[in-house]
Ligand binder design. Structure first.
Ligand SMILES: NCc1[nH]cc(CCC(=O)O)c1CC(=O)O
Length: 324
């Protein structure tokens, strides 16, 4: 009987996502044994430092990839949004299962504080450490006070309940996978109240809500198992959004957002580049063939650069350079 070792981070969300993949594999292949191996990552050990200060998206990923390359595990399950746009030699993102809710959610400390970005109380204190969320928040609501928040979803919700913030922006996917939210606008988590944000107002992170299953490129046996979980729409979205980010990034963390979806006319990709202070925001949208997802990502990235995104990114890079 074949047995697969699945490497995962130890957070509740990572374990929930990995259990979901393990169970989907067991259902597809009743004779297959799948065991989880918890691997602690640098990202988990430096939870007190703002991620934008640490500056490396690969923090949650590197140790998992080392275990995979060393043959200690056969596959790793990641939030695709945490994955760098380049995959190390010898490894591949072999499957993208069906996407969970891609939106961001506004989580209010208690009821009676509005239901959207537009009607939040003046000057409300909003917790987020994401440059992408901060840029769009400042663009739409320059009066809000933004504050860093780190830690796992449970830690963030505890800090909200303690009154350290009036509101948080969290990925709907994390809340839903953890069973904390069923997608209903205005549903509660303890005293807190959850409202989904319109993706045209708060464009999601590249690959938000998508899982990436990583394997060794040469391991055709494991690749064949995980291929059963691959979803063509999730794959096309991940490829388009990641190609957009790859064309834009050049090494440093940037306020970039993207969301692709399969529609009746093909793959529709929306992208955004925002200034850190919310003073400028460029947006582009194109529809292309599902089979040409990466070309679409590059095309939307180039449209963003041509519309002023290049100047926004140049300003951000010189600001970050000056801080070093
Ligand atoms: N930034 C960390 C992270 N990575 C993936 C998710 C949620 C799950 C997902 O987006 O797939 C989160 C939490 C959040 O942003 O609220």
């Amino acid at each position: 009987m074949a047995r697969l070792l699945l490497g995962t981070r130890g957070s509740a969300l990572a374990r929930t996502q990995s259990e979901w993949v393990a169970n989907a594999l067991r259902t597809a292949f009743p004779d297959l044994a799948v065991e989880l191996r918890i691997i602690s990552t640098t990202g988990d050990r430096v939870l007190d430092v703002a991620l934008s200060a640490v500056g490396d998206k690969g923090l949650f990923v590197k140790e998992l990839e080392q275990a995979l390359l060393a043959g200690e595990v056969d596959l790793c399950v990641h939030s695709a949004k945490d994955m760098p746009t380049e995959t190390p030699e010898g490894l591949m993102l072999a499957a993208f299962p069906v996407r969970e809710d891609p939106r961001d959610a506004l989580v209010l400390r208690h009821a009676g504080m509005g239901s959207d970005l537009q009607n939040l109380p003046q000057g409300a204190r909003v917790g987020t450490s994401s440059l992408r969320r901060a840029s769009q928040l400042r663009y739409h609501r320059p009066d809000l006070q933004l504050a860093d928040v780190r830690g796992n979803v449970d830690t963030r919700l505890r800090k909200l309940a303690e009154g350290q913030y009036d509101a948080l922006i969290l990925a709907a996917a994390g809340l839903r996978r953890l069973g904390l939210w069923d997608g209903t606008p205005g549903a509660t988590i303890g005293e807190a109240v959850v409202y989904p944000l319109d993706p045209l107002v708060m464009l999601p992170a590249v690959s938000q809500g998508i899982l990436a299953i990583e394997t060794r490129t040469a391991d055709s046996a494991t690749r064949a198992f995980v291929a059963a979980l691959d979803d063509p729409a999730a794959r096309a979205a991940a490829l388009a959004e990641r190609a957009l980010l790859r064309r834009l990034e050049g090494g440093c963390q940037v306020p970039v957002a993207a969301h692709a979806a399969v529609t009746a006319s093909g793959l529709r990709l929306r992208g955004m580049i925002g200034a850190l202070d919310g003073s400028a925001l460029v947006f582009a949208e194109q529809t292309g063939a599902v089979e040409q997802a990466e070309a679409l990502g590059v095309a939307v990235a180039e449209a963003l650069l041509a519309q002023g995104g290049d100047a926004i990114l140049a300003a951000i890079r010189s600001q970050l350079e000056a801080r070093r």
